[in-house]
Design a protein around this ligand. Structure first.
Ligand code: AMP
Ligand code: GLY
Length: 426
């Protein structure tokens, strides 16, 4: 059978690689793909991004199923369109994807259903937002309402920083956020303390199967300093998600969300990602929902998944997740992102990349912002590569991944030296 993966990042390279391992798969198309998927066995890039054209392609090529990597096609309604044309696709509808595409929708939803999250207010009027910041005082988090590729969030330690963020988001739109119909809006919420984790599950409208836990490093610099990015590294499992925390998150966050989405007429299908803040007592609050897999979390998660991903997605599309049990490699997987010079503000593109290590059982380099230009591999995006390794402990996975990183070079490359440090300390 043939499969289609939509997207062009490290997450999509990992999905394509994993799907191509299935004995039932002849070819995986990746639209539009990158320099890594161009070279992957049984994988082929497809230079299409238009939803109707993608659907035409699925009909013409008899594609068995489509899986969507990034949020934008989901928010644009690709699942609704494919379903209307009776094509098999895994992801949430446009209505369900609002859990990610609108912070204001997600916060109001959580408030309505008593799903733990930080207290918040939503504003479209800058004066009122500024007044709320003065009234609240202390550290606050200001979030643009709309898709901003992980960059529309300002953690403001002081009211001055919060005021500046509101001005940027409501008055100038410096972050390039794609607003919903209501125009520019911001969510201002209380600052939460604790340790973050990514909790990603498969949902078929009613049944839920959790994937292995993971943790991402969102800041650019070692020790979690510097600006927020799409993610500079990740590992799985995340020790902060103990069995008790896991049970609690399922009971207090995931299951109520899935039930309430169905009750409100937006039954959720697809990957659902809850970004959590877990406090010292093991209580978790939801920082955000994403309606897709995380990037780079997917890379270590899929390195550990032993089950056949095609069968897993088939079960999810057919509403049979209650019958599914996933098999995991017991080792830890750890991924280090190598980013371009100037990332995240203004990544420089076009630098040649040398000597990518050959894939092995315990080391794989997933490509993100790369392009094959007459057989020369060049950078073509902010996050360039994710070097992903398996090891018997976090430390061993870390050592293996960084050994891979040291073999790679391109001008101006940036990467963190400390991916996994919280898990090593535990
Ligand atoms: P978000 O896109 O909403 O997940 O926010 C991006 C990042 O900002 C998160 O991964 C956190 O590191 C940080 N963040 C978001 N909301 C809060 C909050 N209420 N308290 C503390 N940090 C937050
Ligand atoms: N790594 C964070 C995300 O995918 O949103």
């Amino acid at each position: 059978m043939k499969i289609l993966v939509i997207g062009s990042g490290g997450r999509e390279h990992a999905l394509a690689w994993k799907l191509a391992q299935s004995p039932r798969v002849k070819k995986v198309f990746v639209a539009p793909g990158n320099g890594g998927t161009a070279r992957e066995t049984r994988v082929e890039n497809l230079p299409l991004t238009d939803i109707a054209q993608l659907a035409d392609f699925c009909v013409a090529e008899d594609i068995h199923l489509t899986v969507v990597g990034p949020e934008s096609p989901l928010a644009a309604g690709i699942v609704d369109h494919f379903r209307m044309r009776r094509l098999r696709i895994f992801g949430p509808t446009q209505g369900a994807a609002q859990l990610e595409s609108s912070k204001a929708f997600a916060k109001a939803f959580m408030q309505r259903h008593a799903i733990p999250t930080a207290d918040h207010r939503t504003f479209s009027d800058a004066l009122q937002a500024h007044a709320y910041i003065d009234e609240r005082g202390g550290p606050l988090v200001v979030k643009a309402d709309g898709l901003a590729a992980g960059k529309g969030v300002v953690v403001a330690q002081t009211p001055d920083e919060a005021h500046a963020a509101v001005t940027d988001m409501l008055e100038r739109n410096t972050y390039g956020v794609r607003h919903g119909e209501g125009g520019a809006r911001v969510v201002i919420e209380d600052f939460l303390q604790g340790e973050e984790a990514s909790f990603i599950v498969l949902v078929d409208g009613c049944n839920v199967v959790p994937l292995a836990s993971s943790q991402d490093h969102k800041r650019l610099k070692d020790g979690d300093f510097g600006p927020n990015t799409g993610g500079m590294g990740a590992y799985s499992p995340a020790p902060v998600v103990t069995p008790e925390v896991h049970a609690r998150v399922m009971r207090e966050i995931i299951l109520p969300t899935v039930q309430a989405m169905a009750a409100e007429g937006h039954p959720y299908t697809g990957f659902l990602y809850a970004g959590l803040m877990i406090d010292a007592q093991g209580r978790a609050k939801t920082l955000e929902f994403n309606c897709r897999l995380g990037d780079p979390e997917t890379q270590p998660i899929l390195m550990r998944l032993k089950s056949d991903l095609v069968s897993v997605l088939d079960a999810a599309i057919d509403g049979r997740l209650d019958k599914l049990e996933l098999q995991w490699d017991r080792r830890t997987a750890l991924a280090v992102v190598m980013a371009a010079s100037g990332y995240p503000e203004a990544p420089r593109l076009g630098d040649p990349i040398t000597s990518i290590p050959k894939p092995e059982d315990d080391l794989r380099v997933f490509h993100a912002g790369t392009v094959l230009d007459h057989d020369v591999l060049r950078t073509s995006g902010g996050r360039v590569l994710t070097v992903t390794a398996l090891g018997d402990s976090v430390r061993m996975a870390q050592a293996r991944a960084y050994a891979g990183v040291r073999q790679i070079a391109f001008d101006g490359m940036q990467f963190r030296q400390d991916i996994g440090y919280r898990a090593v300390k535990r």
